[in-house]
Design a protein around this ligand. Structure first.
Ligand code: 8YV
Length: 323
């Protein structure tokens, strides 16, 4: 049976697929496939292992024969899950294994933003490391401050643990449902969305992108935040409204922002956010460590192998297809 893989993945995962007797074709060009190319490459395939591609209704209707789609990501906002479910195609993702590396990235952005670190680096490159002034280059102290988490799941919990361990931060969170483990383990307090905005010194986004969370951090939200607050987003760029965030930073409604995700990606090098002292931007590298990307690729391979055997995927996002 044949598997089409949309990116070059760690060799260990390809070896797993081949050891299972599967014929693997990888897309090796350094650009996204077009919809037509996706459909054409999947025509003879039995399974699709996808990273960084849109899987919409049109693609799915043209690729109904696929026995399984495995994503190389925990997020599945780029997949029309309702259509996949209606077509009885199981879709797998890679939860858990990227929680540490993504939380590390959120922590890095929080700390870097609190000290304007990326801008300071840029100033050295520009030859602007000049006269020492005790009142210049001052950042914000994180110790004992309040971390607000929007979407306290696996990744948010790891971010919270780091902040408690490093800075004894107080944890507040807003979720659709309570996270009792975090309440017990970290003394986290559930608050309303408005309280989260008003009380957070650092507000870190760890929720999935859904119609409910899209554009949630807009001007109305930024206006309610502290002037000293740091906004961190390592989830999806569309959860914040970028124009509103830029304006909020320009008007000093909040202190700064650390972003691993933008809308669109890649971000234009001309984006005004990149010129701001109080903004740190990374190119969506939340899960980008050797260990994590290997683990993600292995899970994706396991999902493909199970799907092609007609077994339930170890990590399935539409389990209802089995009932
Ligand atoms: C992925 C991510 O690496 O897992 C996710 O949801 O955002 C990233 O870690 C990226 O989507 C490419 O597959």
């Amino acid at each position: 049976m044949k598997v089409f893989v949309t990116r070059i993945l760690p060799a260990a995962a390809i070896a797993l697929l081949e050891a299972a007797g599967l014929e693997v074709t990888q897309w090796t060009e350094k650009r996204k496939l077009t919809q037509e190319e996706m459909i054409a490459h999947c025509k003879d395939a039995d399974a699709l292992l996808s990273a960084g591609q849109l899987i919409n209704k049109e693609f799915l209707l043209a690729s109904k024969h696929l026995k399984v789609i495995a994503l190389h990501s925990v997020g599945y906002d780029n997949v029309d899950i309702d259509t996949a479910t209606a077509l009885k195609i199981p879709v797998g993702n890679t939860p858990g294994v990227l929680s540490d590396s993504t939380a590390d990235t959120a922590f890095l952005l929080m700390l870097a933003t609190s000290r304007n670190a990326f801008y300071m680096h840029q100033r050295i490159l520009n030859g602007e490391w000049g006269f020492f002034e005790p009142t210049a280059n001052l950042g914000i102290e994180l110790h004992g401050s309040t971390l607000g988490i929007y979407g306290l799941g696996k990744i948010g919990l790891e971010m919270a643990k780091r902040c408690v361990g490093a800075y004894h931060m107080k944890i507040i969170y807003h979720n659709r449902s309570r996270n009792e483990d975090a309440e017990k383990e970290l003394n986290a307090t559930y608050v309303s969305f408005e309280e989260l905005l008003q009380q957070s010194d650092v507000l870190s986004v760890h929720t999935a992108l859904t119609p409910e969370t899209e554009g949630k951090f807009n001007m109305d939200a930024f206006k309610q935040m502290k002037e000293t607050a740091i906004f961190v987003n390592t989830a999806r760029g569309s959860i914040h409204n970028e124009a509103d965030l830029t304006e909020a930073l320009e008007q000093k409604l909040i202190w700064g922002a650390g972003l691993d995700v933008t809308n669109p990606e890649p971000m234009s090098p001309q984006n005004p956010l990149l010129k701001m002292a109080n903004v740190c931007v990374l190119p969506h590298i939340g899960s980008a460590t050797v260990g994590t990307r290997n683990a993600m690729a292995r899970i994706a391979a396991d999902n493909i192998i199970a799907g092609l055997k007609g077994e339930k995927l170890p990590h399935v996002v539409n389990p209802e297809i089995y009932s």
